[in-house]
Ligand binder design. Structure first.
Ligand code: C2E
Ligand code: MG
Ligand code: MG
Ligand code: MG
Length: 281
């Protein structure tokens, strides 16, 4: 790049930019090997019924234990995986591992629990996406109704294209959540035509619930709108009792956040399941 643009570019080559580029290159080449080397692991964060305190599901959140760099957060490597197309095999690994884990929990007696899996737009766009999901369900023996695919609002591709895919998923009995709701551009008029089951209110709204009246009004409106469209509502990023109380009072269905539990490795998440109604909302 520097060569192309001539010598005026040299000032960009300070060491910190160099470090960033080197890191990115390391991450990218590492990503290619990470699945094979078992460097990915799923953490699970409980989804809590706000009216009973029961754990009704878990969201699977990927972590990468890089051999040299330590734990790399998804915010850093998921965009890179999307850029390089590696999100396809990574996403398939996530789906399979998550379905397998929840099936295992069902078999241990924790029935009715659902698993929420984040899906990138690149995955949705693959022609065989629905087929892949069905194959994973078949291989793991998980019933489709326990699987919730989280898509972010921003990704709304072409509406017709999206509608076709979502309808196929719905026909297969799989549930769809709109993640980070409120952060993207999708209009309510688009949403009401899509076969969506769940709205996940973004944590930046939850964060402002207690101190910012405009935000609390907005959140109430989202919950009401969600319930009138027959969506279930989930609030993410609940950190305080006050936030949980507000959401419960305003009939948000489900809560997720550090107040209840941080995302945990499977064996630790399982311990949370052992105590029913632990959170006593
Ligand atoms: P997300 O799907 O919106 O996940 C929620 C994020 O909020 C997670 O961050 C979670 O650890 C964090 N969180 C949960 N409770 C709280 C809280 O009380 N306070 C705060 N401040 N944060 C909370 P995480 O695990 O770092 O994941 C970040 C994002 O990376 C996810 O956002 C999702 O978009 C993406 N991601 C994670 N796993 C996957 C995956 O398997 N596939 C894809 N495509 N994306 C993933
Ligand atoms: Mg999510
Ligand atoms: Mg989210
Ligand atoms: Mg988010």
């Amino acid at each position: 790049l520097a060569k192309e643009k001539g010598k005026n570019c040299y000032q960009f080559y300070n060491s910190s930019l160099n470090d960033q580029i080197t890191r990115k290159m390391n991450l990218e080449s590492g990503l290619r090997r990470a699945i094979k080397n078992n460097e990915f692991i799923l953490y699970y964060q409980p989804l809590v019924d706000l009216s009973t305190g029961d754990i009704v599901g878990m969201e699977a959140l990927i972590r990468w234990k890089h051999p040299k760099l330590g734990v790399v957060p998804p915010s850093e490597f998921i965009p890179l995986a999307e850029e390089t197309g590696l999100i396809i095999p990574i996403g398939e690994w996530v789906l399979k591992a998550a379905c397998k884990q929840i099936k295992d929990w069902h078999d241990k007696g924790y029935h009715q629990m659902s698993i929420a899996v984040n899906i990138s737009v690149r995955q949705l766009q693959k022609k065989d996406f629905v087929k892949t999901v069905k194959k994973v369900l078949q291989e793991t023996g998980l019933e489709a109704k326990y699987l919730e695919l989280e898509i972010t609002e921003g990704i709304m591709l072409d509406v017709d294209e999206l509608l076709t895919i979502l309808n196929e998923l719905k026909e297969a009995g799989i549930k769809i959540s709109v993640d980070d709701f409120g952060m993207g551009y999708s209009s309510l008029s688009v949403l009401k035509h899509l076969p969506i089951d769940i709205l996940k209110i973004d944590k930046s709204f939850v964060n402002g619930i207690v101190n910012d009246e405009r935000i609390s009004t907005l959140v109430k409106t989202i919950i009401d709108m969600g319930s009138s469209l027959n969506f279930s509502t989930i609030a993410e990023g609940i950190e305080t009792r006050e936030q949980a109380d507000f959401l419960t009072r305003n009939r948000c269905n489900i809560g997720q956040g550090y107040l209840f539990s941080r995302p945990l490795p499977a064996n630790e998440a399982e311990k949370q399941l052992e105590v029913i109604k632990r959170y006593g909302v």
